[in-house]
Design a protein around this ligand. Sequence first.
Ligand SMILES: N[C@@H](CCC(=O)N[C@@H](CS)C(=O)NCC(=O)O)C(=O)O
Length: 223
Amino acid sequence: MSLILYGAILSPFVRKIRIQLAEQNIEHELVNQTPFMQPDWYYEISPLGRIPAIKDGDLSLADSSVIAQYLQETRDGIRLYGRTPAEAARVRWLEKYADYELAGPATFKTFFNRVVHRLMGKACDEEAVQQAVKQDLPPLLDYLETQLGNQHYFLGDQFSMADIAVCSQLINLAHAGELIDEETWPALSSLLSRVTSRTSVSSLLPAEHRIVGMVNGASVSAT
Ligand SMILES: N[C@@H](CCC(=O)N[C@@H](CS)C(=O)NCC(=O)O)C(=O)O
């Protein structure tokens, strides 16, 4: 099998690619690589040491959106970047918004403090979490809510990488114990239910929940 995905399954950026691989039905091997203590050889594949990265034969690529676009252009299956240049641009904008704006408060502040820090035996900075959840996230979610309107997906009836990228961040938020309020963000809450019901996503979640459950169990028994 020539395609190898490197990463850890709780990373929202790795999850994006795993969902895409399942949606496009692409055969691959997953090699576990944490975002810490990367071996020297890993920097040959991912120059910044980040996950995800892939190897496809002799080609190495890093960064989830670069990988996603490459897989979309080189493999068959569902089209995840719309049907027109304007739709593709909208998907890329929302993907970038999820990866660079939502990721800050959702993953790097809330999920890292509540889950990753516990996993590493470090203290959770609950003040930073509260700032992220109460102040930083709401305006970002408000914008996404207006972008969805009454639609099923960000591109209307068409599922796309925009839905994958946004929901991937919301899944990390949920792993950290923060569910978005369905009365304040009804469209976004419905999107999350719709996306997590897809087989490409629901098939990944039990293994993720097991790890998060272990982390929570360990921290409860340690206190
Ligand atoms: N823009 C990158 C972000 C990837 C990223 O930040 N991954 C984190 C894990 S969730 C990581 O590898 N961090 C390790 C580091 O920055 O050294 C992508 O979309 O792939």
